[in-house]
Write a protein of this length. Structure first.
Length: 432
């Protein structure tokens, strides 16, 4: 058994969970030290947020499944390493049904999470629970009108379940009798989701060459720093030197009027023309709503550019990011973090947490170079009006605080830009 599985098992031990799909093949993969391990984990719903936070600290990249929308958030967690990955598909309780829609939410008390066998330090559903879950899945797939392919192993488990005398027989009968009460999506919605994912989504995936499980082995670096530190000059030189030797992309992840999306423009104009006037009134919540939507939209534009850059890159290519929204530094909107959370809706709080987790995970995949330039050199190289100079001075103070922070899992190289450009480039190339 690999060290990664041992570490995962150790961290999961305190949670109420069990692995519930393809148990036999999962055990074989772990036993044979396969490089690709996929685990479907059913977790007690109240513990999911805590689990995601712990997986992040272990180096996993966690993504919430947003399309299609489920009753409770389902997560994917990936741990990439040379030659393979571990993929955790995390369910908050038992959400199942149609392959795409998962339109049933079945109640599960804590007794389900105790019916487990421990192997390799991981909790697997015991035989009775495994057969019960397979019987439910077969029953649902047989009753829908999408002619879903049912695994032979599930069919065998279904008939095995019918033959045994188990405490789960009564629960299964109850499920069959009350299945409609556990359904939370209309038939029409399920039809629309299946139409999209069966017909349109495969075409999109093929056209844009995107995949959830695509492993990106590209070399990725990000150049960050305050205004006037020399980021653009350094990025231009790296790009011009490397493009003759290797495939390279230069991606600007900053946000300004020139690269606003239509949605960001919309949120910006509404904020400027309407919401900002509520800042000093009793309806302060209106102000925070408008500010949040505008700043979040800007950050989301950068996220889309980051994902597009990764999904369209070939293995072995080089991606150069100019600016990078690391939480706690200049490119991550400070106003998002300073907003009083009590004025945010539950939806906005969730979106902010997910965005923060996304950029932390993204930063752990990228080698970050912080270019720090003494203030006197900045003013010497660049003429600045008084207001801009005051702004740079504030950012320099912020920069020194940032350098002293401990960023778990993020590799930040500090480059002193107080020498010639060639020397700075040589220092970066050595670390690359």
């Amino acid at each position: 058994m690999s060290e990664r599985i041992k570490n995962l098992a150790k961290e999961l031990d305190s949670y109420a969970y069990f692995i519930w799909k393809d148990i036999h093949s999962v055990m074989e993969n772990i036993e044979n030290l396969e490089n690709t391990i996929e685990l479907d984990i059913c977790v007690e719903p109240s513990q999911v947020t805590s689990l995601i936070e712990k997986l992040y600290l272990l180096g996993y990249h966690c993504y919430c499944n947003r399309i299609p929308k489920y009753k409770r958030d389902i997560y994917h967690a990936f741990l990439f390493f040379n030659g393979g990955y571990i993929h955790l598909h995390i369910y908050p309780g038992l959400i199942t049904g149609n392959h795409f829609s998962k339109e049933y939410d079945l109640p599960m008390d804590l007794s389900y999470y105790n019916d487990c066998n421990v192997k390799y330090g991981l909790k697997f559903a015991n035989k009775e629970l495994e057969l019960y879950l397979s019987a439910i899945r077969v029953n649902l797939k047989r009753s829908n009108f999408f002619f879903e392919k049912i695994k032979i192993s599930d069919i065998e488990n279904y008939y095995s379940f019918k033959r045994i005398d188990s405490t789960y027989q009564e629960r299964f009968s109850d499920f069959v009798d009350n299945a409609t009460t556990y359904r939370y999506k209309s038939v029409f919605k399920v039809i629309i989701e299946n139409f999209y994912f069966r017909l349109i989504f495969p075409v999109e995936t093929k056209l844009f060459k995107t995949s959830n499980k695509k492993m990106i082995n590209s070399k990725k670096i990000a150049i960050i720093g305050t205004d006037g530190s020399g980021k653009s000059t350094i990025c231009s030189n790296i790009y011009n030197q490397l493009r003759k030797k290797t495939p390279i992309k230069h991606i600007y992840l900053g946000s300004n009027f020139r690269n606003f999306s239509a949605k960001t423009w919309f949120n910006y104009l509404f904020y400027k023309a309407f919401f900002r006037f509520f800042k000093h009134t009793l309806t302060y919540k209106m102000y925070t709503f408008g500010l949040f939507e505008y700043e979040y939209s800007r950050l989301n534009d950068s996220r889309k550019k980051f994902i597009k850059a990764l999904s369209s890159s070939n293995n072995g290519s080089f991606i150069l990011f100019e600016r990078f929204p690391i939480e706690g530094f200049l490119d991550f909107p400070k106003s998002l973090l300073s907003i009083d959370r009590k004025y945010l809706s539950k939806r906005q709080k969730r979106k902010l947490i997910e965005m923060s987790i996304f950029w932390k995970n993204a930063a752990s995949e990228v080698e970050v170079f912080l270019i720090t330039t003494p203030l006197d050199l900045i003013t010497e190289r660049r003429n600045m009006p008084t207001e801009e100079l005051l702004d740079v001075k504030k950012k320099k103070v912020f920069e020194s605080e940032f350098i002293n922070k401990d960023f778990l899992g993020i590799n930040i190289n500090v480059i002193e830009n107080n020498k010639s450009l060639l020397d700075v480039l040589d220092e970066i190339y050595e670390k690359i």
